[in-house]
Each structure stands twice: as C-alpha cells, then as structure tokens.
Design a protein around this ligand. Structure first.
Ligand SMILES: [Mn+2]
Length: 305
C-alpha cells in the first residue's frame, strides 16, 4: 500500500511543494509514495503549481493504519487528529523539536534552515538523484516563499545555495523577480473573506497548557489592510471563542519595510506585551525587523508562557 507524504494543516507552499518533492525522491529510491495535503491550498501555492504544471496533491485528513512521511512539521497541533494511529516512517523539517511520539525507529532530516525544500534538495544531492526541471522550479519558489526572498532572519547560506542551484536546473535566471511576482499574488487580500485571511497561514501552539493561535500574512504593502482591521479582529475573536484559545495573534508582515504589525487578542494581554517588551495600543503593536513567526514571535511567547 502506498505511503503518504504530507505537510502541516492549513498548508503553505513549502508543505505542498515539499510533499511533491519528497514523494518524487522517495519513489526514485524505490518506495511507493503519494503526496497528499491536509487542507486547501493558498493562492501563492496555486500560482506555483500552475506555473510549473503540477496538480495539487489529493486532500486527505485521516491516516489511521497508514504509513507516512511528514514534511515541514512535527507538532501534534499541526497533525491529523489520528496521527497516533499512523506509522511515521520519517520526518523532514526545519522547525523546533515537536511533541510527536513514535513506536518505531524513524528517519529524520531536521536542520535549522529556512525551508524544508532546502533539506529535500540536500537529500537529492545525498542520494545522487536528478531533479526534474519543473520540480526544481517549484522547490526554488518554496525556498523564496519561506525565506521571504532571502530577507527573513531564518534564511541561511544553505537556503541561498540550494535556491540558486535549483534556479539553474529550472533554467530561471531572474529568480528574485519571480519571487516578487509570487509575493504580489500573496498580497491580493481583497479577493478572500476575512476568515480565509486569518486562517491562510495559521498555526496553533500549546504553550504551558494554553492554546495560542498565530496567523501571518505577508504583503508588499501594509496599506492593503487599512480598511479591514475591524473585520480581521472580529474573525480573530471568533477563532478565539470557537477554539477556546487563550490568545489569537495575527502578524501583518510588510516584506518591503521589513517589519510586522502584530494584532493580538488575549486573555492576558500583559503577557503579550511582556513577550515583546512593548505596549499594545488598540490591541496592536508595530514590531520593526520582525518577519519570522518561528524565530521572532514563538520563542518569545514560549519564554513568557
Ligand atoms: Mn516551511
């Protein structure tokens, strides 16, 4: 029976492209794998799939009794509900060590780089397997997305190296221009509902027994949010109530100004203020230079909680 390869809930481009690239590699190595996804794809990912002529992976949310590879996550809060009943054969990820447990030994490729697809590229190199042109283009886009065209503090030399090598394979000279085109697609926030926006790149974390949800929207100009803050707050409040969350945060990240307007609804706003050593005004605060949820938001919240 086929082995399933998938990324986190509310998948981003790294998770979707990663499920396809890792599945392709595993198949080349003689395994029978199928890429799947846990949720709807976002407009940026659709742009990437369309550009390189790939179908989106099949939607699958239940994995009891299946063998699986995980890419781009290792937290139970980002897993299918029945992950405990699946056999995890391996994990490829670039996040902090999560709370998943396994009953059997597994393969792990975990490195502190900016993108899971950087690690998949290194796996291709390790096994000496060629990457098809269009797959290389998609992997390159995933790296440009996760590293915000190399601007994110999560970006490492390994990411830029992998990205350049993939661009070469894909025959794309001006990869930064393609990255910018991708972020302009990402900045189109007017054609989505406010709920879709808050959930577009949303992750839940368990911090000292508190459920904390943190979403992020990366755009080329924050003014696109000027007339929708109240509605965004309303949807954040809904998510907070529905999910019994202690806090719901939304990062509105400006990739040109390189900073984040943080919107925060919390049972204890003072904890959010302490985490970033800044006062909230109307439930928001500007955080200069902050672009990465993983590196510049989550660790500071975890320290306080
Ligand atoms: Mn990622």
């Amino acid at each position: 029976m086929s082995i399933f390869v998938f990324g986190h809930t509310t998948p981003d481009s790294d998770s979707i492209v990663g499920s396809i690239s890792l599945s392709y590699l595993k198949n080349q190595l003689g395994e029978d794998t199928t890429p799947t996804r846990q949720g709807e794809i976002n407009p940026e990912t659709k742009f990437i799939l369309d550009k390189f002529g790939y179908e989106k992976p099949k939607l699958k949310t239940s994995y009891a009794g299946e063998r699986v590879y995980l890419i781009d996550f290792m937290e139970s809060s980002q897993s299918p509900a029945d992950i405990d009943e699946a056999t995890i054969l391996g994990i490829v990820d670039h996040h902090k060590l999560g709370d998943l447990k396994t009953a059997t030994p597994l393969e792990m490729w975990v490195r502190p780089v900016g993108c899971s697809n950087t690690i998949v590229k290194q796996m291709f190199d390790y096994y000496g397997i060629d990457i098809p042109t269009n797959l290389a283009g998609m992997m390159m886009c995933a790296i440009l997305s996760d590293t915000v065209i190399f601007k994110s503090p999560t970006c490492t030399k390994e990411d830029t190296k992998a990205c350049k090598e993939l661009a070469k394979i894909a025959g794309i000279e001006d990869y930064k221009a393609l990255g910018m085109e991708m972020f302009i697609v990402k900045s189109d926030v007017l054609s989505a509902t406010k709920r879709e926006l808050v959930l577009r790149d949303f992750k839940d974390f368990n911090m000292g027994g508190n459920k904390i949800g943190v979403g992020q929207l990366e755009v080329v100009d924050l003014s696109v949010f000027d007339n929708m803050k109240d509605e965004l707050f309303q949807e954040m409040q809904n998510l907070k109530d529905e999910g019994e969350r202690h806090s719901v945060l939304l990062m509105l990240t400006d990739i040109m100004q390189e900073g984040t307007q943080l919107l925060a609804l919390s049972d204890e706003p003072s904890k959010i203020e302490d985490a970033f050593d800044k006062k909230l005004e109307n439930n928001q605060v500007w955080l200069p230079k902050v672009m990465s949820r993983k590196k510049q938001i989550i660790p500071f919240l975890e320290k306080i909680f």
